[in-house]
Ligand binder design. Structure first.
Ligand code: NAG
Ligand code: NAG
Ligand code: NAG
Ligand code: NAG
Ligand code: NAG
Ligand code: NAG
Length: 464
């Protein structure tokens, strides 16, 4: 029995080796040198993350000290303001080793904007098993904290978990948004859950819903792992990004289900080594890098991996969006094993992004986009441009690589659109991507003619 198992393993290893050798032979035929760095980067980074995290969250068996918000006067009736009770319980839990900040199940805690600050003593667990709800009236919101609701900062090696719900009660905020009704003044709204200036934080098994604006922001942090998180808001709720990552590195997002009115996941400036695995997205605007380069700003994003994702009924699939006039770069991005179900723009690079009431001018500078791999992407497109690479005329995209793509539209009319996009494809690629050029001369057609009615279609994109 054992012997048999051993030889089976040996056979599988042999097969893998043969396969790997074969794959690298095939690859070396056409693949530039940066490729290998990128592949290696992906695997090494994954391993490092796996190795790092367990040591950070060790000593789970230590005697735990529960710090229950109820013991600090929280009513948990969904009506009484429990903000102060939460803050008092936090001060206690944060000051004890092996504490569990406990929000008990089957109760509703009404909490206004609250800052839960570290650093704390070691091995803190934040156990949210009940529901935390925000006051639903924007006019009564704490004016000192216009952009935050549940806000954690300066944490190290903390777990936030418990199966509970964080509910932003956002419907009145959405109705008062200038994106819903143009006569409303544009104003800020809180992010439901924020992790700021932290490292080694693990967020596991939580539901975040009906955020006032963004649901969950990871900001200025390193080594954050998010698993088994659900994010829910209606498809018409404005700016309700699911998970927003900004100025952070070494972040893993795994096994998440997100349906909102904006990007399921968005990755903003100064983010490095972000890995997303098993992502279920929809409705929403898809998985986005950006927007970047607004107001002529500098942006740097590198080392982004999306591996295994399903996007259903979203307005975009895998998107990189930058404004005209920015600078800096997006580099080393891998999108692989992605299923699209009726997605409007399954694969899109949009360097003419313009989320503004005024048309954005074309400018000479742009965020440089290079080394982007799309591999094993299949499913259905709602628009004709199943793949759209609308790159800057002055700073073209380079090293865009397509492998094993099968995107279809019901009427069979799917196409690939390119403006100043350089790269190549290999293996099965449908729709054909001949417009990706790798001869150093980029084709910048700018506009192109609609085949049915002969009108010019501009490539400028506006999202409001
Ligand atoms: C937009 O807001 C204005 C002013 O509050 C209101 O009169 C109007 O009916 C609203 N429009 C819609 C479409 O809700
Ligand atoms: C990014 O975060 C670091 C701290 O991690 C901070 O020093 C820096 O100012 C932040 N940069 C931006 C652009 O927010
Ligand atoms: C991210 O992880 C890598 C590898 O563990 C490490 O070298 C790097 O310092 C981390 N990034 C930050 C900003 O801490
Ligand atoms: C983006 O990040 C880079 C690198 O950290 C920083 O220099 C730049 O100021 C940031 N841009 C904005 C708009 O914050
Ligand atoms: C900007 O450049 C693009 C690409 O060349 C072109 O399609 C578009 O018409 C230009 N827009 C403006 C406002 O000049
Ligand atoms: C021509 O087709 C484009 C897109 O395919 C559409 O936006 C435009 O409205 C059409 N124009 C006319 C006159 O039908």
């Amino acid at each position: 029995m054992r012997k048999g198992a051993f030889s089976t393993i040996r056979f599988v290893v042999f097969l893998l080796l043969v396969l790997l050798t074969h794959v690298s032979e095939v690859m070396s035929a056409s693949v530039p040198s940066w490729w290998e760095e990128m592949e290696i980067w992906g695997d090494e980074a994954a391993m490092e993350l796996e190795l790092d995290f367990p040591t950070m969250w060790m000593s789970q068996r230590a005697a735990r000290i529960p710090v229950n918000v109820d013991s600090f006067g929280a009513a948990g009736d969904g009506v009484t303001d429990d903000t102060q009770a939460f803050l008092n319980a936090w001060d206690k839990a944060c000051s004890l080793k092996n504490a569990v900040f406990l929000v008990p199940e089957q109760r509703h805690y009404l909490v206004n904007a609250a800052r839960f600050r570290g650093p704390c003593e070691s091995n803190l667990i934040v156990q949210i098993s009940g529901t935390i709800v925000a006051p639903d009236e924007p006019n009564g919101w704490d004016p000192k904290n216009p952009r935050i609701w549940i806000y954690f900062s300066k944490l190290k090696g903390v777990r936030i978990q418990g199966g509970g719900v964080i509910d932003g009660s956002g419907s009145k905020w959405w109705a008062s948004s200038c994106k819903i009704n143009k006569t409303n003044p544009c104003r800020e709204a809180p992010t439901a859950l924020t992790i700021d200036a932290s490292s080694g934080v693990r967020v596991q098994d939580l539901t975040i819903q009906s955020a006032q604006q963004m649901h969950f922001t990871i900001y200025r942090s390193d080594a954050i792992k998010v698993t088994d998180v659900r994010v829910q808001s209606p498809r018409d709720s404005p700016n309700t990004d699911g998970i927003h990552i900004s100025n952070s590195s070494n972040v893993t997002i795994q096994n998440v289900q997100i349906g909102t009115g904006d990007d399921c996941i968005s990755i903003a400036n100064a983010s490095y080594n972000i890995k997303m695995k098993n992502i279920d997205c929809g409705p929403g605007h898809g998985i986005s890098i950006g927007s970047l380069g607004k107001d002529n700003s500098l942006a740097v994003v590198t080392g982004i991996v999306v591996d295994t994702a399903t996007l259903t009924d979203t307005t975009n699939g895998l998107r990189i969006k930058t404004w005209q006039g920015g600078s800096g770069y997006v580099r080393a991005v891998r999108f692989e094993n992605v299923k699209m179900n009726a997605v409007a723009n399954p694969i899109i690079i949009d360097q003419f992004y313009c989320d503004s009431p005024i048309t954005c001018k074309n400018q000479t500078s742009a965020v440089k986009i290079s080394q982007v791999l799309y591999k094993n992407i299949r499913g259905t497109s709602k628009s004709r441009d199943a793949m759209k690479f609308a790159c800057s005329d002055t700073v073209p995209c380079s090293n865009i690589v397509l492998n094993n793509i099968n995107l279809e539209r019901e009427d069979g009319s799917a196409e690939t659109f390119c403006n100043c996009a350089m790269g190549f494809d290999y293996g099965f690629v449908k729709p054909a991507a001949d417009c990706l050029r790798n001869d150093g001369k980029s084709a910048c057609d700018g506009t192109r003619v609609d085949s049915q009615n002969q009108t010019l279609i501009p490539i400028l994109h506006t999202e409001l």
